[in-house]
Each structure stands twice: as structure tokens, then as C-alpha cells.
Write a protein that binds this ligand. Sequence first.
Ligand code: FEO
Length: 395
Amino acid sequence: MVVRKIAENVYYVGLDDNITEFFEGIWPLPYGVSYNTYLIEDNEVALIEPGVKKELAAKYLDELETAVSLPEIDYIIVNHNEPDHSGTLPLLYRLTKAKIIASKFGVNLIRSFYNISERVTSVGSGDSLKLGKTELKFITIPGVHWPDSMITYETNNKILFSSDVFGTFGSLRGCVFDSELDLAFYIEEAKRYFVNIIGKYAESAARALEGLKNIKIEIIAPAHGPVWKEYIDSIMNLYRNLASRVSRDKITIIYGTMYGFTEELAMYIASRLAEKGFEVEVFNGVTEHPSFTISSIWDSKVVIIGSPTYDNDAFLPILTHVIYIRSKLIKDKKYAIFGSFGWSGKGYKKIQEILAELGWKLIEPIVEFQGRTTAEVKGKADELVNNIIREVGEV
Ligand code: FEO
């Protein structure tokens, strides 16, 4: 738990969560996550973001009280009502006399989640609130990633309180600013956060970024992960590329294996591509959570899927990754399929059906083989590799 001044009259009040295993009950948190809130102290006091998840309420309130006496809080700005932030809203509501500010849809959610409707005001894009010399301007960003989502711009220090946008997984371990942390790690976790949480709504995110183009931003203060000050360009560029679905000359291979036959060909294909100079990310889809594989796939040009036939069907762990791909609407990729079978094949058919729905284009040949990887199978894989190289372009 950290309280830190981040600008004139503005304080970070945040909490690491190293206990929760899965964000939203789905996405693994091997490196934890932070919940960030911010206090602005002017003639009136505003708390930006309504807190943390309710299980961490006692810890959060203890720390918040070191920064401010709770009855002094005049406003609670609910940029987003997902309970990883708003779990403490009912408590804060009872312990303060603060007015709650949220988008129109947010007001609706606060009533349905917490039965709170008094002292609640809805705001729309362009509305503002003066705390003294500090002015807060509200910008609604519906669909990034909930319909209630909004961001708040502080005009005095030019801080964008961006809610989930520009957020990352990963605890902060006592640090606050991007310059105090391992940039490469948090950029990678920002990418995973985007793909897992916001990716399905990439087009809404792209529109939101367009809307920020003419706003002067000195600090980005998101609801998760580092406060961006030194590397605003890095996180902005990452978001621009992810939101507009820019692919790199990268190839992702996901395979599943029972007894090593499909894995052997996965490694053969990976080595052929690597020796030609391609960037290849290889995942054993049995042990790797789709949270990580879809993050890799998002900006890959080609995805190679290795699925043995199992019970006359796709190999279930691999099918699971494909269902995550569909869930996040990852569209218009090129892909290839390979896999071993024991006595009857075509287990990949269901994978093909799902990827066809998403507009994915198959690169042939499908390298399906009975039993072990023979020289003949490798020959067919070589043909596939040559066709993939043709699609991606020579390195
Ligand atoms: Fe961090 Fe969508 O809540």
C-alpha cells in the first residue's frame, strides 16, 4: 500500500493485490495487480476511482485515512463501476458525505450493484467540476470496456485519470511511476491487459484514443499499473497499435500433445522458421493459459495450431484457446494447422469452423499425420513453412 504525491495537490493511494489468482475470475495474475486511486486536495477534495475490491477494503481504508480524513472527501469520481474498483463504494458512501459522480450508465450500475441512488450525479462528455483552482473534465468512453466507462482529465497538472485504459497487470511493489519500474515488463503486461480485458472492444478504444489526440497530457494515471509520466509515448504507441490491430512479422505456434508426436512437429516447424530469421513465439497450449496465447496472437501475422485428434475431435486444451480467440473477436489472421492422430484424423475440423467465422485464412497444406513424425511428414511441413514465408514475406 502506497500513498505518494504525484503532482501539486494530487496523491496516489494504491494497493497491490498479490492474493487474487484470476482477474475477473478468468485471467491469471502470476505477478499480481495493483488497484490505483487518486486524491485531489483543493478547496474541495475528490477521490478519483471508488476504491478497490471489497475483500481488500480494510487495508485500503486504513491507508486512505492516512492521506485524508474520510468525512473531508467531497466527491467520489466513479470512472468505472467494475467491482475491482467499486467494491469499496458502499463503505465509502456510508463513511463520507461525498457526492458520487459517474456517467449516466454508471449511475444505473451503481444503483443495481449497490442500491445507491442518493447523492449520485451523472455527467456526460464535456461536463466539468471545479474543486478550486483544479478543474475536472469528464470524457465518456462507452465500450472501453464497459458501457459506463469514463475518463477524467485534470486541467491544472494535465493528468488523465484513465481508468482501465493504459492499465497493466502486475503489482507495483512500492513503486508508482513508470520510470521506477521495468518498462519492458509493464508494457508486456499492458498488452496482455488490453487483449484480455479491452481487446474485444478495440474499435471503441481506437475511437477513444482519437478523442484524446488534442488533449495535452503530462501524466496518465490509470486504475491499474504504473503512473505514466516518463514513457507516455511508449504506452500511447502500444495502445494505438493494439487498438488498430496492427500485426507484426511474428508467428505464434500453439500446440497440444499427448505423447510428443505433435510437439515434435511443432518444434520442427518452429526451428525451420527461426532459422529463416522469423520471430516465433511457441506455446504448449496444455500448460499455458489462453490469457498469454491470445496476447501473442493479437499482433502476430500468422498463427500455427497443432492439435492432435482426440476422441474424433479437436484436442480439448487447444480448442479452448480457439474459443478464447473467438471470445475476443481476434479477426482476419492467417493460420495453419497440423497434428497427429492414432487411427482416425480430422479432429481439427471444429477449429477450422470457428476460425472461418472470424475470417481467418488457412495456409495449406494441413499437415495431419498418423503416429510419429516421419521424413515424409517433415517434407509436408517444409512445404507449409515455405507457404507461410510467402504469406508473411521474406525476412
Ligand atoms: Fe479494472 Fe474494468 O475494471
